[in-house]
Write a protein that binds this ligand. Structure first.
Ligand code: ATP
Ligand code: MG
Length: 867
């Protein structure tokens, strides 16, 4: 776009903000600007007469700025003014903070009604230096279009005319040879009608003193006050010197407070403030001397990204001893989340403050070094491995590994190479840091704090072996005692740098969440196929090649999803089995409707149909793309528009699909999601219901997938359905998951460990089909809620002999042992048939009640504060 400014011949080509900054950086153009500044001074008289006219032009330019997000430059008196896309950035913050939103609306009405606005500002000499040094805090008072810059004693420094609509946080202008940047709105006076508006002053006190020796480009670094002067809104990092006894060459007197900018403190939730302080203390070596790593293991959706962004932004600008702590930061993340990180940076900080560099096929990591204004490199694990040679040449002060549980296996290439990078400050982010065993825990801890647990052999001898030995069912009292002792010691050593908060923390900002585990019965055909497969395994009947355990597991899981997924599979190992061929023949003869066979599919279809009558959307998650294909055919049959994200979806397309689905204008009702390809990190609050159609061995993968919709931005009550076929391998996997979840809690926040290796009897149990049960999981719990019903059912009047025997056995089993300690499920509500109509109506499952045998339900209902 070519802009010609009045007479003073400032003509600039500005196509984007980047163009503008490149333009300014170029020496030739700097000379060009200085030349025109001189010209401007010469013609200042004439120019001053023009200023009013200029303001009108600015108004119209400003409109175009909002719509195009481009940076424009114009001259007002002898001062250059930059209009940024701040309006857009602000609105991003406002969306999340209803209070601020109100203020801003009020602020607009003030502007319109010509009242006085007062802004906190920082100002300094006009300079073209890369890192600006602000000399002082000040106040900018604006009445109508007249602005007065004052120092903190109230002395006038200069005046100018402005367009009040532009005066948003981060906006820069020039007044009386000073460059001024707006920090925030402090107050506006009572208007003539006597209405008062809540002042931002209530949230953030005006700054009084500014210590100039701190850092370069300092936005809010002005608030170096004693802690007692700071309101609860300000966020000041803990003092370095009071926590660490003695540091060579450092005079504690020179320590300065490190405060977080108001643009971030305004949005941080309380747990996030704590998280930022935790991260600061870890990476500064305050928590544990000579160790600079942290594991932030908050559950999904708690905003780990924002906590890291806050830390990065603060320490790129500030430090306790004058210099910023960080110069360059490396963020390694799954490829699907690279652009999400960039989006979050821009969302919280605005595009004028930070320039994250996302490495991809066009933007090579080696170019990062040539971009002085980019201090943050975001790269995928795969690209990191490919570009390791170039990356290791760059000095990074902090490494963040998102979804860091990927590094749990020290043999994977990315883990090895990341360990090699010469950078002591390391943060690992993960919803679930410990998923499988103590060895993995060691790998993760060893990555962030390499010396704390000693060598792998030492760790194994001292911690791992005694802990595992103590879990053995026949462990002696001594072994048990030693194991517990070592587990405690391990927890004590590692807990200072591992932080884990649960989702309950965000429940007060989110609407209700209903979680259900829904049990369905196998159809006759499913039962026959299932029995055939397990008989094959038990009898070892296959002549040519014996199917592996994995083949059997996959076959059973497919049958549970839908028989067709197994029968139509060309590689199916029963293809030559006469009983199997007979089954298929009978089925073809019956010509029955495929989608009617299976309880789970019936439930999906019922939900889809009911959804049509509402404005709700649903996410359907499966680990099998074949199952997603199946869902597609149901969507088509039902005439429902859908989006799909699986392993074949390009990275660039992913962000678009997600944004489209989340937008209010989009009319697709269904999001088909492959748990493997897109389970982690994605935000899908556009949907209010989610079905986890099949489960993984790893509880973390399922939890990741189920956490996609109960996120910030969700406005509706959320319903999460996990579907399980009663008595089948699906239930066994689920039960095993529960013990695994317990394991993940062991070192982080629980007291004991359990060994999870599959013995041959466990394998046998896995492949045993339990018929006549509504929910095997419930049967095995030490729960008395349904005992009365079971006893009645097992009375002499009961016709079904098998069922009678089974229920008697179960009661015996429950009395003799507490087989499953599914404590979490004991707290949930338990429902048996007949289900109440109103509940099934709410779950949108009324029409398929007969296909459901049992329901566990849990509702999280914290106070909902709409945002
Ligand atoms: N204080 C906040 N106010 C409003 N929205 C927030 C806040 N903190 C985070 N969010 C939003 O919540 C969503 C989830 O945050 P984020 O992706 O960082 O979660 P996470 O902890 O990394 O979860 P996961 O483990 O699933 O990756 C994002 O859309 C983010 O913008
Ligand atoms: Mg995340």
């Amino acid at each position: 776009m070519l802009l010609i400014f009045p007479r003073q011949c400032a003509a600039l080509y500005v196509n984007s903000k980047d163009d503008f900054i490149n333009f300014v950086r170029h020496k030739y153009h700097i000379a060009f600007i200085i030349y025109h500044c001189l010209l401007l001074c010469l013609f200042s008289q004439t120019f001053s007469k023009m200023s009013h006219k200029n303001n009108e032009e600015v108004d119209s330019l400003n409109n175009s700025v909002r719509s195009t997000s481009r940076v424009l430059s114009f001259f007002n008196k002898s001062k250059e003014v930059i209009i940024d896309n701040e309006v857009k950035n602000d609105s991003a913050i406002l969306e999340c903070d209803p209070e601020l939103n109100t203020i801003n609306k009020n602020e607009r009405s003030y502007v319109e009604s010509n009242n006085k606005l007062t802004f906190n500002v920082v100002f300094g000499k006009i300079t073209t230096k890369k890192h600006k040094t602000w000399d002082s805090d000040g106040l900018l008072e604006v009445l109508g279009k007249n602005a007065v810059l004052k120092d903190l004693d109230g002395s006038i420094i200069g005046r100018t005319t402005v367009n009040p609509q532009c005066l948003n946080e981060g906006f820069r202008l020039f007044i009386a040879s000073k460059e001024v940047e707006i920090i925030n709105l402090v107050s506006h006076d009572v208007n003539l009608a006597g209405n008062t508006c809540k002042s931002i002053e209530d949230r953030e006190p005006p700054r009084k003193k500014f210590k100039t020796s701190n850092t370069g480009s300092c936005l809010l670094a002005g608030s170096f006050k004693k802690s007692s002067e700071i309101t609860s809104e300000a966020l000041i990092m803990p003092s370095f010197c009071t926590k660490i006894d003695s540091i060579d060459n450092i005079n504690p007197e020179t320590e300065q407070q490190v405060s977080v900018d108001a643009c971030l403190t305004n949005v941080l939730r309380p747990h996030q403030r704590d998280g930022v302080i935790f991260l600061y203390e870890c990476i500064m070596g305050i928590k544990i001397e000579n160790n600079f790593g942290a594991i932030l293991a908050d559950e999904m959706g708690l905003g780990k990204t924002l906590q890291c962004i806050t830390l990065i932004w603060t320490l790129l600008k500030k430090g306790p001893f004058g210099k910023p702590v960080l110069k360059r930061v490396l963020i390694v993340t799954p490829s699907s989340l690279c652009n999400n990180w960039k989006k979050e940076f821009i969302h919280w900080l605005g595009s004028h403050r930070i320039f994250p560099f996302v490495a991809d096929s066009k933007n090579k990591p080696q170019n990062f070094k040539r971009q002085p204004r980019s201090q943050v490199l975001i790269i995928s694990y795969e690209m990191f491995v490919r570009s390791y040679e170039e990356i290791k040449e760059i000095n990074f002060d902090l490494i963040i590994c998102d979804e860091g549980h990927r590094l749990k296996n020290s043999n994977i290439q990315a883990a090895k190479l990341l360990q090699e990078i010469d950078c002591r400050k390391r943060i690992l982010l993960s919803g679930t840091p410990i998923q499988n065993d103590l060895q993995e825990f060691y790998t993760l801890v060893n990555f962030v704090n390499p010396i704390i647990l000693g060598s792998s052999t030492e760790y194994k001898r001292y911690y791992e072996s005694p802990i595992i030995a103590s879990q053995c069912p026949y462990a002696s009292d001594d072994a048990q005692f030693l194991g517990k002792d070592r587990a405690k010691e391990l927890r004590d050593i590692t807990s200072p740098f591992i932080l884990r908060r649960t989702q309950e923390i965000i429940s007060k900002y989110l609407p209700r969440k209903h979680e259900m585990v829904i049990f369905c019965q196998l159809s006759e055909k499913q039962k026959n196929l299932y029995s055939l497969v397990i008989d094959t395994w038990f009898d070892n009947m296959i002549s040519e090649k014996k199917p592996t355990h994995l083949t059997i597991i996959t076959a059973l899981k497919k049958i549970c999803n839908h028989p067709v997924l197994f029968t139509k599979d060309k590689d199916n190992f029963l293809n030559n089995n006469p009983t199997f061929l007979q089954l298929i023949k009978d089925d073809n003869a019956l010509n029955s409707n495929e989608t009617e066979y299976c309880g789970k599919i019936t439930i999906v279809r019922c939900l889809m149909r009911n959804l049509k009558k509402t404005d709700e959307k649903i996410v359907l998650v499966s680990y099998y793309t074949q199952t997603l294909d199946f869902f597609e055919s149901i969507c088509n049959a039902e005439g429902l528009k859908y989006c799909r994200l699986d392993g074949s979806t390009q990275n660039v397309a992913r962000m678009k699909i997600i944004e489209q689905f989340n937008s209010k204008t989009d009319d697709s009702k269904i999001f088909l999601l492959s748990a493997k390809a897109g389970g982690i990190g994605l935000n899908l609050p556009g949907a209010s219901r989610l079905i986890l159609f099949d489960s993984d061995w790893n509880p973390a993968s399922d939890a990741q997938a189920m956490a996609r919709i109960w996120r910030h931005g969700q406005k509706k009550s959320v319903y999460i359905y996990r579907l399980l076929m009663s008595g089948t391998i699906e239930e066994k996997i689920y039960q095993r998951q529960i013990s695994k979840t317990n394991l993940s809690e062991v070192v982080v926040d629980a007291n004991n460990l359990s060994s999870l290796k599959l013995s041959s009897s466990e394998l046998k149990d896995l492949f045993t089909l339990t018929l006549n049960t509504d929910s095997l999981t419930h049967d095995l719990m030490n729960c008395t809620c349904c005992d009365e019903i079971i006893l009645n059912e097992s009375s002499d009047e009961c016709d079904d002999i098998n069922k009678k025997e089974y229920t008697k056995n179960i009661i015996k089993k429950k009395q003799s042992q507490q087989n499953l300690t599914i404590n979490q499920l004991l707290d949930w509500q338990h429902y048996r048939k007949p289900f109440a109509d109103n509940m099934m109506q709410e779950l949108m499952l009324k029409q398929v009640s007969k296909h459901i045998s049992f329901i566990f339900k849990n509702t999280i209902t914290e106070k909902y504060e709409p945002s």
